[in-house]
Design a protein around this ligand. Structure first.
Ligand code: GTP
Ligand code: SPV
Ligand code: MN
Length: 582
């Protein structure tokens, strides 16, 4: 099984507690995957999709009460509550371990315990980190095989290196009242019980690569972020890499694989990652990034030939669809899909348009990054890619302009820290409510945000050639409730301005809240948009911004004594400039 005694002992002790009928060490090879898929077809966990149109594709219907991340049941367990911070739910580690022990006791009776060794990041990258997830869900194994480098190679790396993050997962009874996602950063340990869905269950993703990794990154001097990584190549063959943090279901997957509009002949987009980015200071003084994941777990609804043709093109083979609808010819279907009609909804009921959508709002696809037509070979580069710009953004109907650039690194950290966005179906709870989601990490930072902002500020001392920091908003609406900016592929126009700013080329207007494009510095050739709309998208309304800054101030001040004074002083500076401008 393994020469790593610590791993062997841990698996033994977990098996002793959970009492499975069988223990299976995952190799990650194709034969194993085929065997498990056949078993899941037999058990009903997998439904085969049309083998002509979608070879190697399966539909999975989750428990209807288990369709998204559960932030209210997600805990950071550090001895000192203050280390988890106001941004996290906290539980005392000993109390949490006792609670989880009683839930896990005997929970795998009649089931198989799967041991999944995995590597987050290119297998030979010094920036990659390994973990082992123990789970009783075959569906989780199938997803982890796509989302991570799973199996023999990862185990070999663990045996060579020694250390690994320990993740223990059981679907339990899928009872929302017996569901907890616990993190023990000091022990590099995760325990998840009672959910089989996405970020709750695929422990390499949010639990390891964000919550545990962000904690490690702080002590080790790097950044683990909720960001896509995209390469933008211009007609001269020059590629700039951009890392962008948008909250869940706010456009990362779309931006990561956008297709440039017709006016951008000769430009190419290269996809490195769509959800998580680990950035390290490099020897050359730049920030270098890897995508720790090997797959996409992307939002299905809204994915169409107009919004995201690259996504559609990679979804016709070897993909898992979770909670989407089904057509008469057994193809997957979701709201916004260009063609076909559903006959079954996501719960397998006959589709009735009056009874709700065919696809659950947080229905998702799981597919290998390498299947994306815009896949970048650099996604496998052990040293990662150099980052030219960091972009923050949220879903804001009003106020926040299409794009702006920070006045300094510290001001950029403030732009990130004061991000807010309307909530989405990616987590259970209300949708469409504006909440603060600093750096898109509100659900994912494994420690106190105040310390996290200080860590971001400290990067200025660690990195000689820092990327520029920008803020975007694709989601402004007019008085009739229509999106003012066309978005999707047209976001290329904003990326061009961002890259030109990094090269010192494009012009900008300095305002108290940041540097905005002059109305004629966004390339709108071939785009039908009125000069008035562009000017509205780039307007700074001082009175409304005054109110926004007041809200930002009271939010930041709620972090109390730990709040970095430098952040407050940038805010004071912005406020006084704004007051002087009216
Ligand atoms: P997670 O995987 O949850 O972290 O989300 P994500 O940020 O990758 O979200 P994704 O790209 O899947 O976008 C989710 C939703 O935003 C979909 O409904 C998209 O259609 C919509 N969306 C993405 N880009 C744009 C845009 O530029 N404009 C508008 N109006 N909607 C967009
Ligand atoms: C998110 O919610 O930000 C996701 C989906 O990327 S999940 O993996 O379920 O967290
Ligand atoms: Mn995400």
């Amino acid at each position: 099984m393994t020469s790593n005694q610590e791993l062997l002992n841990w698996v033994k002790s977990v098996a002793g507690l959970t009492k499975p009928d069988r223990v299976h060490w995952c190799s990650g090879d194709a034969a194993e995957n085929d065997r498990m898929a056949a078993e899941m077809l037999e058990s009903g966990e997998f439904i085969e999709l049309n083998p002509q149109s979608h070879p190697g594709c399966y539909l999975h219907r989750s428990d209807p009460g288990d369709v998204a991340r559960v932030e209210h049941l997600t805990f950071i367990c550090t001895p000192d509550r203050e280390d988890a911070g106001p941004n996290n739910h906290w539980m005392d580690p000993e109390q949490a371990k006792a609670k989880m022990r009683s839930l896990f006791n005997g929970c795998m009776r009649g089931r198989t315990l799967y041991v999944i060794p995995y590597c987050m990041g290119p297998i030979d990258s010094p920036l990659a980190r390994c973990g082992v997830e123990i789970t009783d869900s075959a569906y989780v194994v199938a997803n982890m095989r796509i989302m991570t480098r799973m199996g023999k190679a990862a185990l070999a790396r663990i045996e060579k290196e020694g250390g690994f993050v320990r993740g223990l997962h059981s679907i339990g009874e899928l009872d929302p009242d017996r569901r907890f996602i616990m993190h023990f950063p000091e022990d590099l340990m995760i325990q998840s019980y009672g959910s089989g869905y996405g970020g709750n269950a695929l422990l390499g993703k949010k639990c390891h690569a964000l919550r545990i990794a962000s904690y490690q990154a702080r002590t080790e001097g790097w950044l683990a972020e909720h960001m896509l990584i995209v390469g933008v190549e211009n007609p001269a063959g020059e590629t700039h890499y951009i890392a962008a943090a948008f909250p869940s279901a706010c456009g990362k997957t779309n931006l990561a694989m956008l297709i440039p509009p017709a006016a951008y002949k000769g430009w190419k987009i290269w996809t490195v990652g769509d959800d998580i980015c680990w950035m390290h200071p490099g020897k050359d003084g730049r920030l270098w990034a890897i995508n720790p994941e090997a797959g996409f777990f992307g939002v299905a609804p809204g994915t169409s030939a107009t919004t995201n043709p690259n996504a559609l093109a990679m979804l016709n083979r070897n993909a898992i669809f979770t909670n989407v609808g089904l057509t008469a010819d057994r193809q997957p279907w979701w709201e916004g899909k260009d063609d076909n009609t559903p006959v079954k909804d996501w719960q397998g009921r006959d589709y009735d348009p009056d009874a709700g959508p065919a696809a659950q709002a947080n229905s998702r696809f799981t597919v290998a990054v390498s299947q994306c037509p815009s896949y970048s070979e650099q996604a496998e580069a052990p040293r990662g890619v150099p980052i030219s710009a960091i972009v923050f953004g949220g879903r804001r109907e009003r106020l926040v302009p299409l794009v702006m650039e920070s006045n300094s690194w510290a001001h950029g950290v403030l732009l990130g820290a004061s991000m807010a966005s309307e909530t989405t179906a990616a987590a259970t709870g209300a949708v469409g409510v504006v909440r603060r989601d600093p750096m898109a990490m509100k659900p994912f930072c494994g420690y106190n945000f105040a310390d996290y902002w200080q860590h971001w500020l400290d990067m200025e001392q660690r990195v000689d050639h820092l990327p520029g920091i920008f803020h975007v908003n694709w989601f402004r609406k007019d008085t009739e409730g229509r999106f003012m900016w066309p978005g999707f592929g047209e976001n290329m126009r904003v990326l061009e301005w961002i890259i030109d700013r990094c090269k010192g080329k494009a012009s900008a207007v300095r305002t108290p809240i940041g540097q905005l494009p002059s109305v004629d510095s966004i390339n709108v050739s071939g785009l039908e948009i009125s000069a008035q709309t562009i000017s509205d998208l780039l307007k700074v309304d001082a009175a409304s911004w005054g109110a926004e800054l007041d809200e930002i101030r009271s939010y930041l001040e709620s972090y109390g004594e730990r709040l970095p004074p430098a952040l407050l002083s940038v805010l004071n500076h912005v406020s006084s400039e704004l007051a002087a401008s009216v």
